[in-house]
Each structure stands twice: as C-alpha cells, then as structure tokens.
Write a protein that binds this ligand. Structure first.
Ligand SMILES: NC(=O)c1ccc[n+]([C@@H]2O[C@H](COP(=O)([O-])OP(=O)(O)OC[C@H]3O[C@@H](n4cnc5c(N)ncnc54)[C@H](OP(=O)(O)O)[C@@H]3O)[C@@H](O)[C@H]2O)c1
Length: 351
C-alpha cells in the first residue's frame, strides 16, 4: 500500500491580519454573507454600504450597524472607507471597480472580476496606475482546504498532471438574476467561473475550446444559456472536461488526474469539505475537513487582501490578477465555441 500523508494548511490566522475599513457596494445576497462573515470572524471592520437606493442602503446599514450611502459614487468617495468590496451582479463590476479605484480606494471584486478578459485587463491597468490593491473575491483559493490542494500539487506527488474533470450545477429558481440576459445570465459566470478559475490555475491558460450550450430557460430569458459543457486544451497540452448548469444540483466535484495519483475535491468543490487521493495502485487516501459556507469562509479572502496591502503589495499571492484574467480568457474562448453571446450585458443587442 502506498502511503500518502496530507500536509497541514499553512493559511495564516485571519484574526492576526491588520484591520481595514470595508465598504460594501451592493446590498444583495453575497453582500449580506460578507458582512456576516467579517463581523463574526477576524479583525476586518465593515463600516459602510452603498446602493442605488437610499432606502435599500439604509435598511442594510441598519441590519449590520453601518453608514448608508445612496449611490455607489458616494461610497467610493467616502473618507472613512479603505477598501470597497464590489458585490453587485457581474456586468456592474467593471464600472464600480473603476470608480472606487479613481477615488484611490483598494478594491476586492466579486467573481467574476468582469465578464470578459478585456474587462479584467482594464481593472488591472487602472489599479496599477493608481497604485491601489485590486483582487477578485475567488474565496475558494483562500480557504485552508485549498492550501492543502496547492501543496499536494506543488509537491509533484500526483506525477505528470494531464487533466481535470469537473462539474458545478445548482438549481436556481426562474426569478434569479442568472436568468437575465442583461446581467450576463447563465451558469457560466456564476458557477462555471469556479471551474475555469481552478482548471486554468492548475493546468495553465486555454489555447483551444470545444463547447456546446443549451437554452431551456423561462419566458423572457431569451439567449440565456442554462447549461454548457466544454472540453478545453490548455497551453501545456493538458485537457479539462467541464460541465455547468443552473437547472439542478450535480456532484460538483473537481478531479485532477496525474500519472501517479488523482486528487478529487469533494463537492461542492468551491467550499471543499475534504479531499480524496487515489494512488496508481488504487489505494484511496482521505483528508477530512469541515465544510465552510460563505459566512464561515469569506473572511479569509478579506484577511489576505489586508495582509497584501499592509505589505505594500497590490495583489494577493494566492490569486493575482493574472489568474482572474486567465479564467476570463478561457471563458471568452468557451463562449465563442458554444455561441454564448453576452451582448445585452455588454451594452449591445445580443441574440
Ligand atoms: N462568493 C460567493 O460564494 C458568491 C455567491 C453568490 C454571488 N456571488 C457573486 O456576487 C455578485 C452578486 O451576486 P448576488 O447573488 O449577491 O446578487 P444580488 O443578490 O442580486 O445583489 C446584488 C446587488 O447589486 C446591486 N446592483 C447594482 N447594480 C445592479 C444591477 N444593474 N442590477 C441588479 N442589481 C444591481 C443591487 O442593489 P441596489 O439595487 O440596491 O443597488 C443588489 O442588491 C455576483 O457577481 C456573483 O457572482 C458570489
């Protein structure tokens, strides 16, 4: 039997990170989870919220003890905010990030950082020019479980890495914003972005994509894909086979295959509860870990942003802006292969 010892996570204690004053742009579902996570764990202080509506900002502010700003520009300009967490639907990320950066604010932007690689580039260029921190809130890569994956990969114990097979499906109700063409609806940007982020992180950029999408949404969701499957060829010659859907829950596991062993991240892999390694002799090795939901996990990325800023770095080491760009470049290629048009979300008529 082959021995396989899993390393301990090296994730720094979020309670030791320097404290920043956070402003939340977007009083929606993830904005609530972020406020709850930071208030329950670690040292970060949520001080303000912005919304397009003064009433909605005030209602959110009352729940979490914050200052309310009616208008995202007012939040971006607020003197008592160090960093803006952009938590609006995807197509609004670019504009709100650029506005905060223009006011000299650091930014942590929900995934996906933008809806195209060009938008990721625009945010990166603006943040570098202004000398502020920018990062994508790809919370998975900041969790302790993912640091174990990272160490196993870095150790070379999986052998020659040749591919990824992974899926991510959730049932989202028909009134969810994921069915809105003007908000870059479909599973690709909400769920699939995790598949693309981790597969490009492990296998490198994508040089070619084959993909097919299906469209079975409710009335009014014209042009919004409901499911998509893709085979991607990565720069180093490895391949990934990916599937995502918003029509139902799927195993949502993420398997990396290597010549010496395969590693599977438990589903849902974006908040992993454990890992399985199967070595070439067929032996199964488990690493158990409690599952962390968003409230138990979002503060790790906030602490990482804070540590980077305290060290004078404009990006995190765990998830630099190039990682966000690679994932969106893969998404661009996949969309082109599958015929998915984000025209309505990019301000031009789509199909
Ligand atoms: N990390 C995670 O686990 C996770 C989970 C869910 C979502 N997310 C990400 O977080 C982002 C927000 O998702 P969510 O589910 O929280 O969305 P949501 O509940 O719909 O809330 C988004 C908020 O953004 C504001 N907003 C600004 N511009 C808007 C526009 N053009 N249309 C609609 N709302 C707009 C709205 O507030 P006002 O109308 O008051 O301005 C709304 O409350 C997405 O990019 C998503 O990918 C991440």
């Amino acid at each position: 039997m082959t021995a396989f010892d899993f390393p301990e996570p090296r994730t720094p204690d979020p309670a030791l990170a320097p404290s920043l004053r956070w402003g939340i742009a977007g009083p929606g579902w993830i904005g609530e989870r972020f406020a709850e996570s930071l208030q329950a764990h670690g040292t970060q202080r949520v001080v303000a919220v912005g919304s397009r509506s003064t009433d909605r900002a005030q209602a959110f502010a009352d729940r979490y003890g914050l200052v309310a700003h009616g208008g995202y520009g007012a939040l971006a300009a607020a003197d008592d905010v160090d960093i803006v967490y952009v938590a609006t639907p995807h197509p609004a990320h670019l504009e709100l990030a650029l506005e905060a950066i223009a006011h000299g604010k650091h930014v942590l932007i929900e995934k996906p950082i933008g809806i195209t690689a060009a938008q990721a580039d625009e945010i990166a260029a603006a943040a570098r020019a202004r000398g502020v921190f920018a990062g994508e809130a790809m919370w998975t890569v900041y969790l302790p479980a993912f640091d174990v994956v990272r160490q196993v990969l870095d150790s070379g114990r999986l052998g020659r890495i040749e591919g990824v097979v992974a899926d991510y499906g959730e049932f989202l109700p028909e009134d969810h914003r994921a069915y809105r063409p003007d908000l870059a609806g479909g599973p690709l940007m909400d769920l699939g972005i995790y598949l693309l982020a981790l597969s490009t992180h492990v296998l490198g950029g994508v040089r070619s994509a084959t993909a097919g999408a299906g469209y079975h949404g409710p009335e009014g969701a014209d042009g919004v894909h409901t499911h998509v499957s893709a085979v991607l060829e990565h720069d180093g010659g490895a391949t990934s086979a990916l599937h995502t859907t918003l029509s139902g829950f799927t195993p949502s596991t993420f398997t990396i295959t290597g010549s010496a062993a395969s590693l599977t991240i438990d589903g849902p892999f974006n908040s992993p509860a454990g890992l399985t390694v199967v070595t070439a002799d067929g032996e199964r090795h488990r690493w158990e870990h409690p599952a962390l939901d968003q409230v138990a996990g979002l503060h790790y990325q906030a602490a990482a942003a804070s540590r980077a800023i305290a060290d004078g770095r404009l990006e995190t080491q765990e998830w630099p802006l190039e990682a966000s760009r690679l994932a969106l470049d893969a998404a661009d290629r996949l969309r082109s292969a599958a015929g998915i048009d984000f025209g309505p979300a990019l301000g031009r008529p789509g199909r």
